[in-house]
Ligand binder design. Sequence first.
Ligand code: NDP
Ligand SMILES: O=C1O[C@H](COP(=O)(O)O)[C@@H](O)[C@H](O)[C@H]1O
Length: 520
Amino acid sequence: MSTGSIVLDTSLSNVSLGSSFPEDRDTEIKHEVKCLSIIVLGASGDLAKKKTFPALFHLFQQGFLQENDVHIFGYARTKLSDDDLRERIRGYLSHKSSSGQTEVLSRFLQLIKYVSGSYDSEDGFQLLNKEISEHEISKNSQPGTSRRLFYLALPPSVYPSVCRMIRRYCMNQSDLGGWTRIVVEKPFGKDLKSAEDLSAQLGELFDEQQLYRIDHYLGKELVQNLLVVRFANRFFLPLWNRDNIDNIQIVFREDFGTEGRGGYFDEYGIIRDIIQNHLLQVLCLVAMEKPVSLKPEHIRDEKVKVLQSVLPIKLEEVVLGQYEGYKDDPTVSDSSNTPTFATVILRIDNERWEGVPFILKAGKALNSRKAEIRVQFKDVPGDIFKCKKQGRNELVIRLQPSEAMYMKLTVKKPGLEMSTIQSELDLSYGLRYQDVKIPEAYERLILDTIRGDQQHFVRRDELRVAWEIFTPLLHRIDAGQLKPISYKPGSRGPAEADELLAKAGYVQTHGYIWIPPTLD
Ligand SMILES: NC(=O)C1=CN([C@@H]2O[C@H](COP(=O)(O)OP(=O)(O)OC[C@H]3O[C@@H](n4cnc5c(N)ncnc54)[C@H](OP(=O)(O)O)[C@@H]3O)[C@@H](O)[C@H]2O)C=CC1
Ligand SMILES: O=C1O[C@H](COP(=O)(O)O)[C@@H](O)[C@H](O)[C@H]1O
């Protein structure tokens, strides 16, 4: 139980909610007059219905997509009519049941058309191009001014052929400010070589400025907050280094298993699914040096540099797990060696971080669902209160659920005695920003794509270094040289992972649990 709580009243601070970043970032709502076509390839699939179309709907609701300019196309092999697709996705588009909102939903659905075709046939893409062009002409769009955003909600195996087809049949002219942009989903390859091959194939067809490699963790509110917290607060600047920080954990936990995605997951495993991309991207933002400016290339340059300083992973700093029952899924091989849990320690060999373990932990079918960053500080020297045993200072950034940042600290226990307790300074978003709806990651990233802001997308060289870090370990797992330890679904994962944490220097605060504050 939390034994005390101090709520950090940020209303007393000078934080300006409305302030936007400097001129090199376009954060204002800008109504562009050029015609915009958004094409969701793989529109019949899981991601499209659960994430892509809902994100587009939310952007429409908020006025970021204007009816006069925008048309949305679904493309896939499945034979569907426009209405079939609309009915498939309707249930995933959350809206309030007032008549106004229902009308907004129907207006949105009317923007959607469906084109059926294969991923490597001329006919399908010629037809798609014809539909898009007709829409552009109907909007009186001048050649060279219109915008085409292709969102590949597809298995990566078809990216090369789809990109070839787009390049050959669906490009628009761009001489008057129009553009063609391609959003590709992870996983971008399975190891260094396959990722490089994929990058080379896509790179022959499109410039880096046209390719948006999406990692939806980069669209999460508290991930986007990381650079602001680190570089706009005097508190943290002098503390953020090996002199003060003992260890950093970046944790992803899910309380459900592979749920119908066993076939996909078994080919990839938790390191490729979560750690090599989502958690490593978070690590970059936690560990990188201050960029020269907020220009996307300056930020991405710093991310690459910190990744290049990561030392080879030591096998004794890895624990793998597989939950009991994982192989009951008929799409998973009976002899599967795929980890559904992993703890991996990364070490960054630079002046700021030498000796500080970055503990990346991810698991499926665990006892809770959350993602967080836990920065644990070193013990206070000269412990006159004898309170070290109670716990160390920690800054916890809760990415989800219940977005929050809290600082665990030692305070005097209120009352007549002079004793100490663990408490927290707590910035819980639900309480502090009651009127703000935190946008979905995909919503934000699609908007960034429309605006041409690549800051929150993975650059080709970043991707290469990310694979360089994990490929040797992944090859050993694939070759069966490392075996996952079995763990019970609903548990914390293998006990060996907690032992590794302790060995790395993490000190757990016993008897303290942070409880997200609520309004009542
Ligand atoms: N689903 C999720 O939660 C997440 C998914 N992703 C990524 O997004 C992408 C899409 O994922 P998801 O929607 O789950 O995938 P699906 O398996 O649902 O595939 C999407 C569509 O692609 C077509 N398709 C499926 N398999 C093949 C194949 N072997 N060859 C050609 N076409 C195929 C199908 O359409 P049709 O047969 O009609 O052509 C299907 O509806 C993947 O790269 C995935 O890794 C990333 C994060 C989360
Ligand atoms: O990319 C993926 O992410 C989801 C978790 O996303 P979140 O935003 O809900 O944290 C994960 O379930 C899936 O396996 C993975 O492919």
